[in-house]
Design a protein around this ligand. Structure first.
Ligand SMILES: [Zn+2]
Length: 323
């Protein structure tokens, strides 16, 4: 059989694991619960055991397993795979690449999970074949991954793509990061619900009054059933999102702008105001060459991207191999 790699997507609740051939064929994807005991130090060993068990079960040739890529929700220094900070899995200044390398006995490369989800979409999903692409994840927060010239853009400290903290309203709503007016405070699920809660008392007619604890899904549902206040909330979120995406596209000139995450389930209800603001603010030449599309790989994007990372970095051996 063909040589293969593992993609590992570490989350606070579960670790998603995938085996892919170096040509990008999916062999198997599965989950294990994350072992958070002792500040998460057992995760690499736990992951390695699960991977080798799967390799045995599938009767794959162990010799043809050549490496792995790991996605982590936090700040990662890609050069040495040290996780500066990943709050959900309690890692701080944690040498993840070294730990996974020892556990798996294979070269391991580590990057931020949003970057790897983007790389996954570019490898096998909505951005297939794109040299320059942006993937925006809309969920509890807002994140983004950037692929530039066919590789991940991480930045010096690994913080490139912190799209949720782009400022869209100077002096606006307070954000978790300490700033005021970040995109995330308006366009994430949390932000949308926050704005709704603040403004609801001004809209006595809204059907949202009948709900005890409003969720983003409730707001989309109400809008789809003709609630004008709910529709305005979504239009405003879409406006800020489209505005921020336009500015990013003007700078980066991507060919694909991929939108994923839980909020993307809202579909056209959200995409319409996003497109409208995007076209209003983007540099026309940059806008004309960019296609906005929904993500295709769902929650498998991360393991796809992890596998891509291993394949990509191993091609460059030995210079880029992490010791
Ligand atoms: Zn912020």
């Amino acid at each position: 059989m063909t040589t293969y790699v593992a993609g590992i997507d570490v989350g606070g609740t579960s670790v998603k694991l995938g085996l892919f051939t170096i040509l990008g064929e999916r062999i198997e994807v599965w989950n294990i619960p994350t072992d958070l005991s002792d500040t998460g130090v057992h995760i690499p060993q736990q992951v390695a055991e699960s991977i080798y068990e799967k390799i045995d079960t599938l009767e794959l040739d162990k010799e043809k397993f050549i490496g792995a890529g790991v996605g982590v929700p936090g700040f990662v220094r890609p050069a040495d795979g040290v996780v500066k900070f990943a709050v959900n899995i309690k890692w701080r200044d944690y040498p993840a690449a070294t730990a996974f390398n020892q556990a798996l006995d294979r070269p391991v490369f580590v990057n931020n999970d949003a970057n790897l989800a983007t790389a996954g979409e570019v490898w096998r999903g909505a951005g297939k074949g794109a040299e320059n692409a942006v993937c925006i994840t809309l969920g509890t927060g807002v994140g983004a991954g950037l692929v530039v010239h066919g590789d991940i853009l991480s930045g010096k400290a690994g913080t490139a793509g912190e799209f949720g903290h782009v400022n869209v309203v100077p002096g606006g709503r307070k954000c978790e990061c300490g700033g005021y007016g970040c995109l995330e405070s308006y366009a994430s699920a949390t932000g949308l619900v926050g704005v709704a809660t603040e403004q609801l008392h001004e809209h006595k007619e809204s059907s949202l009054h009948q709900i005890d604890t409003i969720s983003a899904a409730d707001i989309y549902h109400a809008a789809d059933h003709g609630d004008q206040f709910a529709q305005k909330l979504i239009d405003d979120a879409g406006y800020y999102l489209g505005y921020a995406i336009a500015n990013m596209a003007t700078v980066l000139n991507p060919e694909k702008i991929i939108i994923g995450g839980g909020m993307s389930a809202a579909g056209d209800t959200l995409l319409q105001p996003v497109r409208k603001a995007f076209e209003q603010f983007v540099l026309p030449e940059a806008g004309a060459s960019a296609e906005i599309a929904f993500a295709e790989l769902g929650n498998e994007a991360g393991v796809n991207g992890g596998s891509w990372l291993a394949v990509k970095r191993l091609d460059r051996l030995p210079a880029d191999q992490i010791e």
